[in-house]
Design a protein around this ligand. Structure first.
Ligand SMILES: [Zn+2]
Length: 428
């Protein structure tokens, strides 16, 4: 426009000058000078035409091939090449994206048409950017953007409207959930932020639409939970001389106590994310278990090498040795049924049970040489493997096996062979 304006001014100036000269000539048509001027006219015309030609050529020489740039069909200016304007668009897209927090695309139809233009009429990059920016800024408004986990989901001019939507979402969820479970509170678990900033118009949403945009939020559910746990009982060991040293038994059975703990538990999508203990109290006190452990040493079961009388009664009804045409392998000692039979010396029970004509019989091995047998018992009080001490009650007098009346048949076996017991009672 400036270029054209300058050219027109010059033309108008020439026209005005010629007019003035001609009017002057008309006035003095009879002037003798007019003839001189008339003769000089062709020369002046040549000068004017030459000047016009020079300016035209100058214009031509100072012009470049360029592009008219159109945005949505409207010419916005001349650019030297496509890459310059593409660069301006890219820079604008980056700047607007940063402002609005989402990827912005300059979505207008861009066209170019070849033209020639003087260099000074070609848009600089920043001029091109400014013109395009006016388009972009039409798509942007200052508003409050709602970010969920760092991503803009909607925007609204009214910050409180957004906060209200979030609150009502939480309240609705609470009402829905609290009916089927004991829930203390529900809140949105996502990272939610409201920031005032430039927003793309397309993100501006009504409260109702914001609610729809935020339908896949995560919710934290806060519950009070009660847990009943057992309190373990202690075990107390009581040492006592009342029992032999290998005796151990439970005198009082232990029982666990109970405690109730209340927790504030937070779940997000059903997954527990925190548990805080609020209170803990005992509802049942544990009872300690009492175990008695005997400390009394056992009476010696070692072989004393001497034998004591195996019954209270000392009345021998049948001595050791020949009896009719047989051999009596021990002595028979009179005694009432049920009276105790004592081990004649310490040792190990190697047999306890029915033994043919002996009836209920016990054999105690004292050492590698001596054993004793106690036959016809009504009841045996030891078992095979028991260690017994001298004088220990091992059974009761009876008449089991081949026996006529209740008595104890007592044998002393030396190297497995019977021997007369009587000399042993007097001391070896
Ligand atoms: Zn006998």
């Amino acid at each position: 426009m400036n270029d054209l304006g300058g050219h027109n001014k010059i033309t108008a100036y020439i026209k005005r000058t010629v007019k003035r000269v001609l009017s002057h000539l008309n006035k003095s048509v009879h002037d003798p000078i007019w003839h001189k001027v008339h003769n000089a006219l062709p020369v002046a015309s040549c000068i004017v035409l030459g000047f016009l030609m020079i300016t035209t050529v100058w214009r031509g020489l100072s012009s470049d091939v360029a592009l008219d740039m159109y945005v949505d069909g409207k010419m916005i200016g001349v650019v030297s090449d496509v890459s310059g304007s593409v660069g301006a668009i890219a820079a604008l897209e980056a700047d607007i994206s940063e402002k609005v927090g989402v990827a912005y695309k300059f979505d207008y139809e861009i066209e170019y048409k070849f033209t020639t233009a003087r260099r000074r009429d070609v848009l600089t990059a920043s001029e091109c950017y400014s013109i395009l920016q006016q388009y972009a800024m039409n798509e942007v408004t200052t508003a409050h953007a709602l970010y969920v986990d760092g991503v803009i989901v909607a925007a609204n001019q009214d910050e409180e409207a957004i906060a209200g939507v979030l609150l009502s979402i939480e309240r609705d969820m609470f009402e829905k959930t609290s009916t089927d479970d004991k829930v203390d509170a529900i809140y949105i678990a996502n990272q939610v932020e409201i920031k005032e900033q430039y927003c793309l118009n397309q993100y501006i949403a009504s409260a109702q639409d914001i609610a729809l945009e935020t339908d896949d939020l995560d919710f934290a559910v806060v519950k009070t939970e009660t847990e009943v746990t057992q309190i373990p009982y202690d075990t107390v060991y009581v040492k006592t001389e009342c029992y032999y040293e290998d005796v151990e038994f439970c005198a009082v059975a232990g029982s666990c106590g109970e405690q109730i703990s209340t927790y504030t538990v937070e779940y997000v999508n059903g997954r527990e994310i925190s548990r805080v203990l609020n209170d803990e109290y005992e509802v049942l006190t544990p009872t300690a278990e009492v175990i008695y452990q005997g400390t009394a040493p056992y009476p010696k079961t070692v072989v004393t090498g001497r034998f004591v009388w195996p019954t209270v009664s000392r009345h021998v009804t049948s001595p050791y040795g020949p009896r009719g045409n047989s051999h009596h392998m021990g002595i028979d000692i009179d005694g009432n049924r049920g009276t105790p039979i004592y081990a004649a010396d310490g040792g190990v029970v190697v047999f306890a049970g029915p033994e043919g004509t002996y009836g209920q019989s016990v054999i105690i091995k004292h050492d590698d040489v001596y054993s004793t047998r106690y036959a016809h018992q009504s009841k045996i009080l030891v078992k095979e493997g028991d260690r017994v001490y001298q004088g220990q009650v091992i059974g009761m007098i009876g008449d089991t096996g081949r026996a006529f009346g209740c008595h104890l048949h007592f044998e002393i076996l030396k190297d497995g062979k019977d021997t007369s017991p009587m000399p042993y009672f007097a001391g070896k």
